[in-house]
Design a binder for this molecule. Structure first.
Ligand code: ADP
Ligand code: MG
Length: 326
């Protein structure tokens, strides 16, 4: 049974950045305002996330890594609320099957922190009382140590780190009220944003001043489609800068091929070939219209009225670019 779980977990968590994304979302769910991420070897050796959120209650420590039985699922009686965030109670369980997982956590009303280690979704021994700040620190070590095929597929720590930077950068821009820090263990900080910063300021920190000062704000609201869109895009040609498309649907960083294609099509008519653009779009949809069966760690997302919604976004981006290129 452990083998089956391990194979399934290795399919869900394809690379360190996938695991980190889930851990960041857990910290945000826990109302953290400061999140510090430390990485060794692109997250394959060591991936730690420290937050100042609500913490996990001592009595919940024995079940947080069991699939679908998380404390959150008990709290959220409204299934719709679960679908909003894609809560499935599987991230920690999956990670515990393919890595060494340690949780150090303290709630505000507890006198001390507790440290717990997990293996194959089970708590090992019992949580140990220890010193610690309010909030949660999750340490994932030796990811894929028992999934040889996965390990072999990921050879470059640098490449994994690039994916980690993308995830942290994206969440830092989208959640500009939260402070994010990303560093390699024992080295300088690569990303540092402040609490209660702004989207533009965080774009400046992560993508540079030349992009930040060219940002154009976009906004679309549509009552019948039950959607609202907000974002920032650039118009300029940065020949030496990599482009970026940051897409959030209901506050989750996702990939959506049809949106990406639509945006690319608009840009290709206004910008020279090979020009790069920065696009950050946050789409909020009625959770009932977003596919809830998509796996929590899956990037690709499906939603109702896709064609109409993409059309609206396209028109909006198009008119922005047109107004500054005419
Ligand atoms: P889900 O988020 O879908 O419920 P996870 O496996 O991601 O499932 O997390 C399991 C549970 O562990 C969460 O529901 C939450 O109660 C608790 N948890 C995980 N990370 C944190 C955190 N950083 N702060 C507080 N609680 C957490
Ligand atoms: Mg989660």
């Amino acid at each position: 049974e452990d083998v089956v779980n391990r194979i399934a977990a290795g399919e869900i968590v394809q690379r360190p950045a996938n695991a980190l994304k889930e851990l960041i979302e857990n910290s945000l769910d826990a109302k953290a305002t400061n999140i510090i991420i430390t990485v060794k070897a692109g997250g394959l050796k060591y991936l730690q996330i420290q937050d100042n959120g609500t913490g996990i209650r001592h009595e919940d420590l024995s079940i947080v890594c069991e699939r679908f039985t998380t404390s959150k699922l008990r709290e959220y009686e409204d299934l719709q609320a679960i679908s909003t965030y894609g809560f499935r109670g599987e991230a920690l369980a999956s990670i515990s099957h393919i890595a060494h997982l340690t949780i150090l956590t303290k709630t505000a009303d507890s006198k001390c922190a507790f440290k717990a280690t997990y293996e194959n979704s089970k708590l090992k021994g019992s949580p140990k009382a220890c010193a610690g700040n309010n909030g949660t620190q999750i340490t994932v070590e030796d990811l894929f140590y028992n999934v040889i095929a996965r390990k072999r597929a990921l050879r470059s720590a640098n490449e994994e780190y690039t994916h980690i930077m993308e995830v942290v950068g994206g969440y830092a821009i989208h959640n500009s009220h939260v402070g994010f820090t990303l560093k390699k263990f024992g080295e300088n900080t690569d990303i540092k944003t402040q609490i209660n910063s702004s989207v533009i300021e965080n774009v400046r920190i992560i993508h540079g001043n030349s992009i930040a000062r060219e940002l154009l704000e976009i906004e679309v609201k549509d009552e019948t489609l039950k959607m609202s869109v907000h974002g920032f895009i650039t118009n300029v040609n940065y020949s030496n800068k990599k482009g970026a498309l940051l897409l959030f649907i209901n506050h989750r960083l996702v990939d959506c091929v049809s949106i990406r294609k639509a945006i690319d099509a608009v840009y290709s008519t206004y910008l020279p070939k090979n020009a790069h653009s920065f696009v950050y779009i946050s789409i909020e949809l009625d959770p009932r219209n977003v596919d809830v069966n998509v796996h929590p760690t899956k990037h690709e997302v499906q939603f109702l009225y896709e064609e109409q919604i993409i059309d609206k976004i396209k028109t909006c981006v198009e008119s922005k670019l047109l107004s500054c290129n005419s």
